[in-house]
Structure formats: structure tokens, C-alpha cells
Design a binder for this molecule. Structure first.
Ligand code: UFG
Length: 328
């Protein structure tokens, strides 16, 4: 039996595929390569290029391959673009998930692990954020992920498809091999942008606001290593295989680092001074986002290994040093 990884050519999906294959699993990847890169797909995975919004395409994959469970990463994930193009986010994310669940139902596939986000919470009323806290997205990206979670809840009740939704905080770092890592185009995430300065690809990094109510005035985020995140997906699959009920878990380190702290840690890791400049706040950025991941620790027995921010940045640096232009 195989695991179907939708979005297996993207940053997080490709790391999941590598890990599953290292564990001896058979993996089928579906990706439309809109934001993913075929070079990030492990050579031992069976790859179908296509779009999850295409029900006939999905049915062909399910018919040709013996698929037992699905891990779903195939979605657009840029907050800023979602604000200017909400309809394309609803189309790709919500309609895409509808078609995937329809195909799963038609082919009697009963388990899905889903890639959700801290953006479902919006501006938190308290930190660390618990899964039971209010969800109130402040952008279409978070809204689509929340809608996808809700769709899965009702599909479980109607069709018995069990899901685990994992609400990621700030994912960073790269696979231990350094073969794959974070390479978005355009890049908007803090750590890869900071590392572009010592690589000589960028003169300076902009700090979006230094007048937040935080210790140094810059935004605080909870950075989780991509391989720790993937470990939680494997535990979530096991959890579903044991016949447990559908559930939702936060995934973060439980520790917050400010933008300035990330820049300083990157200076330590790279041994180079990183030029930066204070810029206006970015629209929609909450001051502090830190997860409580106690539930994932208690129920999934998840134990993150990369709790030191220097280790997370070092692993990202290892990838970027050898892939200055991403996969191109
Ligand atoms: N930042 C800068 N300068 C930059 C880029 C980012 O100061 O050039 C700051 C941001 O303002 C923010 C922090 O660095 O305070 C982290 O920004 P990222 O863009 O790396 O990540 P976000 O926290 O905005 O977003 C991440 C995920 C989203 C998810 C969100 C949930 O990438 O998919 O967390 O809160 F929705």
C-alpha cells in the first residue's frame, strides 16, 4: 500500500516524501508544479503531475495505485497574495480539497493528514495558543485553511474519512542531507530572506516594524524545524491507523523569537554581519504567535528534536549555501 502525498514537490511536502521513503514506505506524489519543483521530488516516489481540482485525474491516480492514506500539502500559502487574490485561494485550496475528499470518498480511502496553519487563529487573545482558542482568521489564506478543516469535519461525519489537521506555526530548516530545503519563488519568509544577505543575493533585510509591544519591538514567532514537523505527520498517520478519532493539533516549539533575534542568530551561524533596516509594519502581522504543542506531545507522543534556533538556522544555511538559486 502507498501513501499519497498531494503537494509532494513543495517545501514541506518534499521533506515528507523523503522521510517516508527513508522509512521504506511506497509513496505516490501528486503536484501541479505551480509552486513546487520537480527537482525536489525524491527519485523513488511515483510522480503524477496534475491538479487536485481535476477529479478525473485524481480518480485515475487512485485507480492505478493502491493508496491507503493521504497527506495533503497541496495549497497556496502566501498571506499577502491571498489578500489581493482571495478567489484563487478559495479555488485552489477549498475547491481543491473538496475534489480530493470527493475522490477519497469514491475510492474508499479513509485517512487524511492535513496541513493547516496558525493563521486560522488570527490575532490571538493570549499566548501560547491552544487548539481550543477562538479561530478568527485575518486573511483569506487562514480562512481557506479553516474552511478546509470544517469540510473535513463534515465529511468525516457523512463518509467516515478520518482526519488529523496540523496547524503549523513558522516552519524553517531543511532535510539533514542538504539536498532539499526551503526555496520559494518569490521568497517571503524571514529565515531564507535573512540568509540571502550573507549569500550576497540581497544587500540587507527589512525588519517589518520595530514598534510592536514585544521585548525589542519586533514581531515574535515560533519557529519549528521542518523535520520535526514531518515527524508529527508520521505520528498522525499512525494515530489514524490505530482507529483514533479525527482531531486537530498545533505544531510549534513553544518558544518565541523576535525578528531581531533571528537576525542575530543568523549572524552567529553564518559568521557574517547581516545588514538590516527598519521598515513599516507588514499588513496583518500579529505581534506574537507562539504555540502550545502540549496536545501533540501528549496524544501523538511527538518530541521535537530541533529546539535550538541556532540548529534550525544552521540546517537552513546548509541547504542555501549549496542551492544559492534554489533548485534552478
Ligand atoms: N519579516 C520581516 N522581514 C521580512 C520577512 C518577514 O521582518 O523580510 C517578519 C514578519 O513581519 C514576521 C516574521 O518576520 O513578523 C515572520 O514572517 P514570515 O513571513 O517568515 O512568516 P509569517 O509569520 O508571516 O507566516 C507564517 C507562515 C504562514 C502562516 C503564518 C501563521 O509562513 O503560512 O506563519 O501565522 F500563515
Amino acid at each position: 500500500m502507498s501513501v499519497l502525498v498531494c503537494g509532494g514537490a513543495g517545501y514541506i511536502g518534499s521533506h515528507c516524501v523523503y522521510k517516508l521513503i527513508e522509512l521504506g514506505q511506497k509513496v505516490v506524489v501528486v503536484d501541479n508544479l505551480q509552486t513546487g519543483n520537480s527537482k525536489a521530488i525524491h527519485k523513488d516516489a511515483i510522480f503524477y503531475k496534475g491538479d487536485i481540482r481535476d477529479l478525473d485525474f485524481l480518480n485515475k491516480v487512485f485507480t492505478e495505485q493502491e493508496i491507503d492514506s493521504v497527506i495533503h500539502f497541496a495549497a497556496n500559502s502566501l498571506v499577502g497574495i491571498s489578500m489581493s487574490e482571495p478567489l484563487s485561494y478559495f479555488d485552489n485550496n477549498v475547491y481543491g480539497t473538496e475534489m480530493l475528499l470527493r475522490a477519497m470518498s469514491q475510492n474508499d480511502i479513509k485517512k487524511i493528514v492535513f496541513s493547516s496553519t496558525a493563521a486560522v487563529y488570527g490575532e490571538p487573545k493570549s499566548v501560547p495558543i491552544l487548539e481550543t482558542d477562538e479561530t478568527n482568521p485575518t486573511n483569506p489564506y487562514g480562512e481557506t485553511k479553516l474552511a478546509m478543516e470544517k469540510m473535513m469535519k463534515w465529511v468525516d461525519i457523512a463518509h467516515g474519512i478520518k482526519f488529523v489537521s496540523l496547524r503549523y506555526f513558522n516552519v524553517a530548516g531543511a532535510h539533514e542531507s542538504g539536498y532539499i530545503g526551503e526555496a520559494h519563488s518569490p521568497e517571503t519568509h524571514l529565515i531564507p530572506l535573512v540568509l540571502e544577505v550573507p549569500l550576497g543575493k540581497r544587500e540587507k533585510v527589512l525588519i517589518f516594524g520595530d514598534d510592536y509591544e514585544t521585548k525589542d519591538g519586533t514581531c515574535i514567532r515560533d519557529y519549528i524545524h521542518v523535520m520535526d514537523l514531518i515527524e508529527a505527520h508520521l505520528l498522525a498517520l499512525e494515530y489514524l491507523e490505530k482507529g483514533n478519532k479525527s482531531d486537530i493539533f498545533n505544531l510549534g516549539n513553544g518558544m518565541g523569537f523576535s525578528v531581531k533575534e533571528i537576525i542575530h542568530a543568523s549572524e552567529r551561524v553564518t559568521g557574517q554581519k547581516i545588514k538590516n533596516e527598519i521598515a513599516p509594519r507588514r499588513l496583518g502581522d500579529p505581534a506574537i504567535l507562539v504555540a502550545s504543542s502540549e496536545k501533540a506531545k501528549n496524544i501523538l507522543s511527538w518530541r521535537p528534536k530541533y529546539t535550538d534556533i541556532n540548529d534550525i538556522i544552521s540546517s537552513a544555511w546548509k541547504f542555501h549555501k549549496t542551492h544559492e538559486n534554489g533548485f534552478n
